[in-house]
Design a protein around this ligand. Structure first.
Ligand code: GCU
Length: 661
């Protein structure tokens, strides 16, 4: 039965005999060229993967070559080249007389090259005369697990943590290896295995042994292990009475702790830190800046080449402040004051993983501080993983957005050193709950490797690798994934609305909620709807958050008559009868968008229905069930939102929009 455990690395036997035998001829033997250390753990992992993959797909046993090389013999040669020819983690695959040649300057390059070759075979692509060169665009390609040491996963919707801290370090679950394989296959080279809301316990010796056991599993797959650092650890674990980053005892504690980590994990990656955010401890408690806090940790890590990923996700409770502005206000003045091994990690939007937000104004605004783009792969605010919402179009929307900070073409992608993705992985058989959620783990890795890839191209790969069948199957799946994001935006938060989800769990609609202790957690704070109109004025007449963007970006959004409708109510508060660019009044357009969202979920269900009998029945049924949930909940979103907003606008429903139930 198809349970989804194998993800996109299925390696099933190729059924077309002529295609299969064509590949058999190409992969008779493999040979290690001079300088390739075939005993390295990474090379061994690469060869293992290749043999497993080819055994599955071709039914052959790839063997080491013996004797001199003969041309046309179906030999795959691994060739080590100097780093000035192919850079770190990169590879080249060529097909010449002598057969296929995979060249790289480091072990990771060989591993990634092997996954590329396997993908080509899985997708039935021709190897004839190929000449491929790949180099990762970003050095940091990292998953952030919001996994707690007790096994729960914050905002995780696919079971419990795959990291079993109870049975580590002795019990090495096969899942750890399969996780590393899956990550490596899409180029992910780092894993933060603990939650940003961190627990100091991870730094206790026994937990460090557990972490080290995970690092040992990841290492052959080119994946570094990172941990989250709770800023108050010197107090909680070290018994100090302060965590002041300028206190010598505090500095000494971290230095010693970091040294200790490196004795266990020699290639430890470093720390992710959430400080002075949502109640987490941090340097601000001692009157120190985020830079002073980050630099103290950076100094402890620097001798070992470790890095600090310091999150910019900060905001405080001020009913008069605009939460969307606070990260910029806090971090831009610190530009130039961070150590070289600090990166500031910025969520894609200025608020928090909404179905749609404009890009954060921090991108490109700190030329002296390397940034990481933080994306969510899990689906908080997006139906918690039960809704089919392909996130790749959202990822690319952000990556491609032009900040204009260094003139035209300063895309968000060009301003960041790497990508961090909040993982959607758990103990569910298929890792991600909804079978389609696997696609965004895949997409995240591919985009971190090459941010210029299109969402369509990535999903086309994923669909072809993950489902059997005619090209029409893959195409339908791609269409569903691509369209689904806009469908979700429409039924949840159309026209630039944001943060309309019910409180706390952020599941389902709650646009009327206005009585929470923290004002900026109230949906009503974001929609600002009343009898006159709706939307958050972020122009000069309002919070002026718009001024945090480059002038060209300001010009795009400043005038509600020309602002793209998708950001309209993000930047503008407008009367209900405001005339939209398409001639509709705002109220009618808003209602219609909700309705379009609902109709979109019906379209998704119909598309999927058309694949019945064409994809395996197990996953067909699973996805069908999830789509039923999504259709029902899209109606819930539409009806609740329209009913509430109508109580303010007092306007009739436009034609084609049903009376809320
Ligand atoms: C959101 C989310 C939290 C998470 C936080 C973060 O606020 O609801 O669960 O901890 O983001 O990114 O730190």
């Amino acid at each position: 039965a198809e349970d989804g455990y194998r993800l996109w690395l299925r390696y099933d036997r190729i059924t077309d005999e002529s295609v299969r035998s064509g590949y058999v001829d190409r992969f008779a033997t493999f040979r290690m060229g001079t300088g390739v250390d075939s005993s390295s753990a990474t090379l061994r992992a690469a060869i293992d993967e290749l043999r497993t993959g080819l055994a599955g797909m071709l039914g052959t046993n790839l063997a080491p070559a013996r004797g001199a090389q003969k041309s046309g013999s179906g030999e795959l040669t691994f060739a080590r080249v100097p780093a000035d020819q192919i850079g770190a983690e990169g590879y080249r695959i060529t097909d010449t007389d002598g057969g296929l040649r995979l060249s790289a300057s480091d072990d990771a390059g060989f591993l990634y090259g092997v996954f590329h070759l396997l993908r080509m075979v899985q997708m039935g692509e021709s190897l004839e005369g190929i000449s491929i060169e790949e180099q990762p665009e970003k050095a940091v390609r990292i998953l952030n697990h919001w996994d707690n040491l007790d096994g729960t996963v914050e905002r995780g919707y696919a079971g419990f943590s795959i990291f079993n801290w109870h049975t580590l370090p002795e019990i090495i679950d096969q899942r750890y290896t399969d996780y590393a394989r899956a990550c490596a296959s899409v180029g992910i080279n780092g894993s933060v295995v603990t939650n940003v809301n961190a627990n100091a316990l991870i730094f206790r010796e026994d937990y460090l042994d557990k972490a080290a056991a995970l690092a040992d599993v990841f290492r052959p797959y080119g994946i570094k292990l990172y941990l989250t650092a709770r800023f108050s650890s010197p107090m909680e674990l070290g018994g100090l009475d302060t965590a002041d980053p300028l206190d010598p005892a505090v500095m000494a504690w971290w230095k010693e702790k970091v040294d200790e980590i490196y004795t266990r994990i020699p290639d430890f990656g470093g720390f992710v830190v959430k400080a002075n955010s949502e109640g987490q401890p941090g340097p601000r408690e001692y009157g120190r800046s985020h830079a002073e806090g980050a630099n103290m940790l950076a100094d402890a890590l620097a001798p070992h080449d470790g890095i600090v990923m310091w999150r910019a996700f900060v905001y405080n409770s001020d009913p008069d402040a605009d939460r969307a502005m606070q990260a910029y206000e806090e971090f831009v003045p610190l530009d130039g004051t961070f150590r070289d091994n600090v990166m500031v990690q910025v969520k894609n939007g200025p608020i928090d993983f909404q179905p749609r937000e404009p890009f954060s104004p921090l991108f490109g605004a700190t030329p002296k501080t390397p940034l990481l783009l933080e994306l969510q792969i899990t689906k908080e605010y997006l139906g918690q993983g039960t809704h089919l919402v392909g996130l790749a179009p959202m990822f690319t929307e952000t990556l491609e957005a032009d900040t204009y900070q260094q003139g035209k073409g300063t895309t968000v992608a060009s301003t960041v050193r790497g990508l961090a993705g909040v993982a959607n992985i758990g103990t569910d058989r298929n890792w991600t709950g909804h079978p389609f959620n696997q696609a965004d783990w895949y997409a995240f890795g591919r985009l971190a490797w090459d941010p210029a890839m299109s969402a369509e191209a990535i999903y086309a790969e994923w669909a072809a690798l993950t489902y059997d069948g005619e090209p029409e199957v893959a195409q339908t799946i791609v269409d569903m994934l691509i369209e689904s994001r806009e469908i979700c935006v429409n039924y949840m938060t159309p026209l630039g609305l944001a943060h309309q989800m019910a409180t706390g769990h952020h599941y389902g609609p709650g646009p009327w909620v206005s009585n929470l202790g923290r004002p900026e957690w109230n949906p009503a704070y974001y929609n600002r709807a009343d009898s006159n109109g709706i939307g958050f004025d972020r122009t000069e007449s309002g919070s002026n958050a718009l001024a945090q963007y480059a002038p060209q970006v300001q010009a795009m959004f400043a005038d509600p008559k020309t602002c793209p409708p998708k950001y309209l109510l993000w930047f503008h508060h407008l009367p209900w009868d405001w005339e939209m660019q398409n001639g509709e009044i705002l109220w009618d357009e808003l209602c219609r968008r909700y309705q379009e969202g609902v109709e979109g979920t019906e379209w998704l269900a119909a598309r999927w229905q058309s694949l019945e009998g064409k994809v395996d029945p197990e996953r067909h049924q699973q996805v069908t069930q999830y789509l039923e949930v999504q259709q029902r909940e899209a109606k819930w979103w539409r009806d609740a939102s329209i009913a509430y907003f109508r109580s303010l606008s007092g306007l009739p429903l436009p034609e084609g929009v049903p009376e809320p139930e």
